[in-house]
Ligand binder design. Sequence first.
Ligand SMILES: NC(=O)c1ccc[n+]([C@@H]2O[C@H](COP(=O)([O-])OP(=O)(O)OC[C@H]3O[C@@H](n4cnc5c(N)ncnc54)[C@H](O)[C@@H]3O)[C@@H](O)[C@H]2O)c1
Length: 245
Amino acid sequence: MMGRLTNKVALITGGASGMGREMVDLFTKEGAQVIAADINEKAVAKVNELDNVYGTLLDVSSDESWKKMMDTVIEKFGRVDILVNNAGISTEKQINDTTLADWQLMLSVNGFGPFLGMKHVVPYMVEEGKGAVVNISSFTAQIGMGLNAYSASKGAVRAISKAAATQYGRMGVRVNAIFPGIIETPMTQKLEESKELVNQMVKATPLQRLGQPADIANAVLYLASDEASYVTGAELVIDGGYSAQ
Ligand SMILES: NC(=O)c1ccc[n+]([C@@H]2O[C@H](COP(=O)([O-])OP(=O)(O)OC[C@H]3O[C@@H](n4cnc5c(N)ncnc54)[C@H](O)[C@@H]3O)[C@@H](O)[C@H]2O)c1
């Protein structure tokens, strides 16, 4: 049976956990060969055991690490059709608690990460005359949620996605961004320990629940597939209506 991603090679950063891991499962189910790149060595070894998944170590904030990984990826698979810049870290620190080192770390993983991803992967897509990039930003890039350095890093992802969409469209490469609300993954585990906070968030959300990794993975699948062949520079908010209020 033809899947929605049959014959596609897809590279997913942060593919070893949370929504990235969900994408790995969905993409392979839809026929893709997946490269799951992550900084978590143990989790990489685990995804590497899955059929049609190549688990590889990558620090998205390191130019050198991207270069090394892409040399191997191209040698093994010849090209990359889909890049999902999903790896990220979070912090709850407010501006007054944030050190310069905190700020720099946040920007280097969440901001440089997608930039380096596009820098190292898009040239191979341009060579093929086609490709799809999906960048995972956050609803905190669009509304004030008090998560300063995190919001700033995700704002960078929002801006660079639009810029890249206009730059690469004529070369056949589409770039879109997704803005998740609160999704239940290991990243939000700590927040979810507070029943009160979860209740508050659920109550404040028009669709009356938190998001699940599949809510994001399904949208990434659409944007990454040829079904979205006329979609570039789009911003898709997936937050149960929270930021529409
Ligand atoms: N969970 C949410 O509520 C939420 C909301 C909005 C946006 N996001 C964003 O979605 C993305 C996925 O988050 P998640 O909730 O699945 O979190 P997660 O913590 O479950 O997964 C993130 C993955 O990224 C990896 N990673 C971290 N730093 C890395 C680095 N330097 N290089 C390579 N890999 C690295 C981690 O090892 C982990 O496997 C992140 O960019 C996050 O900021 C999450």
